[in-house]
Design a binder for this molecule. Structure first.
Ligand code: URA
Length: 228
């Protein structure tokens, strides 16, 4: 069962129960192929990233708690269904995570969105530093969707998650959403915070010496915001 979920059998992920890979349909593969292509123009890169983010947000919301709700349909019949049990809050890791905010707003219009600014060193080797946090006052009572399209080493994510925990968010109410993850990044994050969850569109092979994801798609922020 587990090997069905992990496309790279040589890099198993120990905390697999807490990691969800979006169903690898041909549609997902086709959209990701556009993003991975170095010749894709920025307009298309943004358009197809946004489509994938909406798919990712729907998948993410499906992992949050629900409770029973009974409604009456126009036929007069009763229907026993479900409703979302808790309030949610998106928290984007600036800058690339901000690209995911619109997709969350589109499917969850009243959702609060906080921000965390973390600076990585250019070589990716030093420990990332936290510079700024702005989140709703009641964040500790919310389900938190942490947003960053690229889970590479997991260094920035660890700083962001530590900050959320310091603000009173229970670890098991944090769901980290990414477009691309590496086995190393998922393992680093879930080893440190074993009761949170990670959900990604793709699990890539590895990091190179410059800490870029391979095969990857290059620098996501630069391609999305046009700063390359
Ligand atoms: N961040 C990116 O934008 N790309 C990578 O490959 C790794 C981290």
């Amino acid at each position: 069962m587990e090997s069905d979920l992990v496309p790279f059998a040589h890099t198993p992920i120990p905390h697999l129960k807490q990691f969800t890979l979006v169903n690898q349909t041909p549609q997902i593969k086709a959209l990701m192929t556009i993003l991975r292509n170095k010749d894709t123009p920025r307009r298309d890169f943004v358009f197809y990233s946004d489509r994938l983010f909406r798919i990712l947000m729907e998948e993410g919301l499906a992992h949050l708690p629900f409770s029973e709700e009974i409604v009456e349909t126009p036929t007069g019949a009763k229907y026993t269904g479900l409703k979302f049990e808790s309030k949610i809050c998106g928290v984007s890791i600036i800058r690339a995570g901000e690209s995911m905010e619109n997709a969350l707003r589109q499917i969850c219009p009243h959702c609060r969105i906080g921000k965390i600014l973390i600076q990585r060193s250019e070589d990716g080797l030093a420990i990332p530093k936290l510079f700024y946090t702005k989140v709703p006052k009641d964040i500790s009572t919310r389900q938190v969707l942490l947003l960053d399209p690229m889970l590479a080493t997991g260094g920035s994510a660890i700083v962001a998650i530590e900050e959320l925990i310091k603000l009173g968010v229970p670890e098991n109410r944090i769901l980290f959403l990414n477009l691309l993850a590496t086995p190393e990044g998922v393992d680093t994050v879930l080893s440190r915070f074993p009761s949170m969850r990670v959900c990604s569109i793709c699990l890539d092979e590895r990091l190179n010496e410059q800490k870029y994801i391979i095969p990857g798609l290059g620098d996501f922020g630069d391609r999305y915001f046009g700063t390359d």
